[in-house]
Ligand binder design. Sequence first.
Ligand SMILES: Cc1cc2nc3c(=O)[nH]c(=O)nc-3n(C[C@H](O)[C@H](O)[C@H](O)COP(=O)(O)O)c2cc1C
Length: 420
Amino acid sequence: MAAPRILLIIGGGIAAYKSIELVRLLRKAGYVVRCVITRAGEQFVTPLTLAALSENKVYTSLFDLKDEVEMGHIQLSREADLVVVAPATADLLAKMAGGQADDLATTLLLATDKPVLAAPAMNVRMWLHAATRRNVATLRGDGVTVMEPDEGEMACGEFGPGRLPEPQAIKDAIDSALAGAPAVVPLTGQPDFAPANHRPLFGRRILITAGPTHEPIDPVRYIANRSSGKQGFAIAAAAAEAGAEVLLVAGPVPLPTPPGVIRVDVETAREMAAEVEAGLPVDAAIMVAAVADWRAADTAPQKIKKDGSGQVPPLALAENPDILASLAKSAQRPPLLVGFAAETNDIIAHAEAKLARKGCDWIVANDVAADPMGGETNRVHIVSKDGVDSWDRLPKHAVARKLMEKIADELDALIPSRSD
Ligand SMILES: Cc1cc2nc3c(=O)[nH]c(=O)nc-3n(C[C@H](O)[C@H](O)[C@H](O)COP(=O)(O)O)c2cc1C
């Protein structure tokens, strides 16, 4: 099989130096890498470094006649399997969202017929600015995979989301995007999302849980799982985009709150159960959180210490409340109750058993052996009494939008009159 080809566009951000490590990782994995660097990007890394590491010519200018002979700009935009923008500056995101093409990078991004993945990096205020929020939502709506930036201390000294994801995380996202590429941008050009003015959930109230729970053992240790919260947050974002009033009960995850979503943060399964109950009544509840089945039966008030005897302290477990099953039996059971199931084997059979056991309406099952938790894509099967609806592998935001369409149709059938 031919090596995957990446067109890497490097914007003018302080994190541009990390693109050097990204090129190294991609080359090590056998990818063919061609770099394009913006004029501002050249202030941070040199084309020479990128050329040496990528072992390929680096492109900087649209109006370079020699390049148009060797390699036309349209050809450059098409010959890759994936276009990656890292770092994606606020400026590049704005130009991409607006369809501008005033330099080589933006012209290639407009001319390409290949999937695009952007790894943003900018100051926290720039990332949280309403204009950037709008641009990111537009780009995601257009089928561009926009990664969430990391959260932490920034080069400018401020703290929050906006740091470029680590090169390894970008490489992982590239692997996922390539695995799901045909489903992300169908060659027909038909988008897999609803247009911005399409609000099929307007007037609906939707409750979503997301992320893991942390069950304390002592003040410094806890029982947890690998849930990243990305799918649940994408669902909350898609529900809000579709016009719903959204309450997101989130376990401990460092993800930004999607625009228009009311978020309540919790730590433990019992806190999550209480917040879910407090959030009722709703038209639909989507229980995406990976709630810990067990907690420590007793939480030590102080840190448990090694006593040097070699004796391991006993860890007794107690069962946590089953939030989904309790909601199904509740007097305020939502008309549509959707559970999630992360399975490693016999996905459909386990999901069917879970559907019957929990008393919910749908189980959205995903294969976490093939889709490790924390990845950018998901291949889901919607299991209901009507059968199994299996979807192609899609970016998590695309799964979220498709699920919202299905939920809107179901709610229209179940409760035709809305609260508006
Ligand atoms: C020292 C310095 C660091 C910068 N870092 C960033 C950054 O991390 N992210 C960003 O969006 N813009 C950053 N900027 C601003 C961009 O360089 C500027 O918006 C530029 O027009 C981006 O051009 P480009 O998008 O064509 O690469 C920085 C500017 C300076 C002077």
